[in-house]
Design a protein around this ligand. Sequence first.
Ligand code: PMP
Length: 285
Amino acid sequence: ADFSKTWTWYNGDWHEGNPPLMGPRSHAFWLGSSVFDGARVFEGVMPDLDLHCARTNNSARALGMNPTMEVGQMMELTNEGASKFNKDHAIYVRPTYWGVGEGAGVISVNPDEIDFCLTMFEAPMPTAPGIRITSTAFRRPTLECMPVNAKAGCLYPNNSRCLNEAIAKGFDNALVCDMLGNVAELATANIFMVKNGIVKTPVPNGTFLNGITRQRVIKLLRDAGLQVEEQTLSLDDFRTADEVFATGNYSKVTSVLAYDTSEYGTGPIAQKAKELYWSFAHDQL
Ligand code: PMP
């Protein structure tokens, strides 16, 4: 892996590259107690950075860890870090907390023995016209099984196997259902579809991340006069949709060109969502 063009703030200093931050006794190394968030710096803007920093702290709390950074501090660090990069290059921003010590029992995490780092690295915004997806038999866990309300590292081996399976079949991403068989999200992003001019997206029912980009795009589309419904959606609803698109901090709005043999193209409403997001990000909305 190429870890050049990477800067990490840890314990008061900026480190270049990929410095070792964890030992074999770290709780996160052993049992996966890490939470993170993902935000973007590109074209001189950092859309919804405050929400991404706030979610980092909420994710820590959801795993029983007491956050040690203020949202404002995290935002200041991001600004400081951004100045180390070429202004013309897009950056991915990843604040992370992880458990260090053992808690009340051997396997529990100590809420106050946690570490924090902020990693930033160059990652170009994707330029492909869209992605092709397939479905997967793997499911999203419920809140009773896993801390799905947190952006926690321990959730992602499941997303990873969904994604690997889709890639092995020649697709870019996987459409993942919840335990009831209703569509939840993609392995790495939230999902929307359009039918007869109405935008539809799954109800946040605790089985998937209610993404910051998702919520932003819903608001932007509604403000622009489009009808957006959160409702229970099946794989068949997606198969027969007029268009499908995905949202996430990394790529923002992405057209889904096809789901298995259903072809949608880039889609006029997906295009509209991309334009609305761009205007919002550049403070023009
Ligand atoms: N679902 C999953 C599984 C994700 O990893 C992401 C990316 N964080 C999203 C949805 C989109 O969330 P957001 O818009 O907050 O980045």
